[in-house]
Write a protein that binds this ligand. Structure first.
Ligand SMILES: Cc1cc2nc3c(=O)[nH]c(=O)nc-3n(C[C@H](O)[C@H](O)[C@H](O)COP(=O)(O)OP(=O)(O)OC[C@H]3O[C@@H](n4cnc5c(N)ncnc54)[C@H](O)[C@@H]3O)c2cc1C
Length: 403
């Protein structure tokens, strides 16, 4: 485990920092308006543009193997670049799914044709992807999903509904889980598809969140056709590919820095509260948690660099990050008092902290809720008995409410 950078890593950091300084504007250290969500369409375009700049200069797909257009670098190097990039005012969020989840899944389970068609456009910022996994009745228990795929010649015909699909309204492609065999147990009858979002029969309805942003959507399918060649992995073995995607999702969500604590200290100072014992305790606690998170992140990335699968430590990190978000949001609320409730033109501090307060639920639910993370830590990390699962070997058809 590396506590600080090795000489090679320090060199890599310097190289990344110099390049970023030459190609991007620094982020406003007091918080500023780094939130591009005021116009999501503009934000998506900014993400595409920045991804192209990264690609053109060799900073795209840092951990992807060279044969797939990546740099073949370590997870530590990718983390170093991400840490440095966080100091700059650049937009990246729209590619979290494409680069962080779809690419690794295609590399692990995709056919050479699928890899050939999609990996380079993803790296170049030409394809935004969305994830069509969750359904109204299948979130934490994803394996109970009921969107159906029925074979028709060389195609599959999709009917059903998904929900909470981030950026689906902007996506060129989607990764989709659908049920292809209702007579198999719930984990066994699912197939993993690539879906062209321009296909007829898809309706995407944006959902307005409490923050005012339409980050995610409901997605409906009416007789949508997908070619058989778009299956990722084997028929009815979609759960295996889904595990690769979900593991990469959790790792991504858990990889945060202490970005908010310095800004919180600055806020407390500007509001004349930094000598108040209560706020000093809170800020010191937040700083300690941020440092702990940093070392937990290094531990996980070291495991990845050494080609060890990050297991329970990745799960713990995601939960700790969510807790840290809640702690800093509570602290910001106390520092700002009623001002944190102001919105629009009246908002205090560019509404950075109001957004921070309300966004905590995204982190605490997305990629597995806090409760599900604790269940997994209990079972896989602590060896406690598994939750009772009396539906594991039962055909999905007899579990389904819709038949
Ligand atoms: C910001 C954000 C982005 C998202 N993006 C996407 C996306 O792009 N694509 C996509 O497909 N999905 C996406 N999701 C959906 C996300 O995966 C689900 O919300 C999540 O898996 C939880 O499922 P659910 O909302 O159906 O809650 P439920 O599973 O219905 O859970 C409800 C409550 O019950 C608790 N609970 C459930 N089961 C247990 C249990 N066994 N033990 C203890 N407590 C339990 C949960 O912790 C929760 O508090 C996103 C969610 C968020 C917040």
């Amino acid at each position: 485990m590396h506590i600080g950078d090795t000489p090679e890593e320090a060199l890599y950091r310097q190289e990344a920092r110099s390049w970023l300084e030459a190609h991007a504007a620094p982020r406003d250290p007091s918080g500023g308006t780094s939130d591009h969500s005021h116009n999501l369409a503009d934000h998506i375009q900014e993400c595409r543009n920045w991804q192209r700049v990264l690609y053109d200069h060799g900073w795209s797909g840092i951990t992807w193997p060279a044969q797939y257009g990546g740099k073949g670098a370590s997870a530590i190097q990718a983390a170093i670049f991400a840490e440095e990039q966080a100091h700059f005012d650049v937009a990246t969020g729209a590619f979290a799914i494409s680069i962080g989840m779809v690419g690794p899944t295609l590399i692990a389970h995709g056919t050479p044709e699928q890899q050939q068609k999609h990996l380079a456009p993803i790296l170049k910022g030409e394809e935004v992807w969305c994830q069509l996994f969750s359904e109204p009745g299948a979130g934490s228990d994803l394996a109970s999903l009921g969107t159906r795929a029925v074979r028709d010649g060389d195609d599959w015909i999709i009917n059903g509904q998904k929900v909470w699909n981030s950026f689906a309204q902007f996506a060129e492609y989607a990764i989709l889980l659908a049920r292809t065999d209702v007579d198999l147990p719930k984990h066994a009858g699912i197939t993993y598809f690539i879906l062209d979002m321009k296909s007829p029969g898809i309706e995407v309805r944006p959902i307005t969140q409490i923050t005012g942003v339409q980050h995610f959507n409901e997605t409906f399918f009416t007789d949508v056709r997908i070619p058989h060649a778009n299956i990722i992995g084997e028929l009815n073995a979609g759960w295996k590919g889904a595990q690769t995607t979900l593991m990469n999702e959790r790792n991504h969500i858990g990889s945060g820095g202490n970005w908010s604590v310095d800004q919180l200290i600055d806020l407390a100072q500007r509001r004349g509260l930094s000598s108040h014992p209560h706020f000093r305790q809170g800020l010191a606690l937040a700083h300690s948690r941020a440092e702990t998170l940093k070392y937990m992140g290094l531990r996980m990335r070291t495991a990845m660099s050494q080609k060890r699968m990050p297991g329970p430590e990745a799960l713990t990190l995601k939960l700790a990050y969510a807790n840290h978000w809640r702690l800093t949001a509570d602290l910001a609320s106390e520092i700002l008092g009623a001002d944190i409730m102001l919105w629009g033109d009246d908002a205090a501090e560019d509404n950075q902290w109001g957004q921070h307060l309300l966004s905590q639920f995204a982190i605490r639910i997305g990629g597995g809720t806090d409760e599900i993370q604790r269940n997994i830590i209990a079972e896989r990390g602590l060896g406690l008995p598994r939750e009772p699962q009396n539906d594991k070997d039962v055909p999905w058809r007899s579990l389904s409410k819709v038949g």
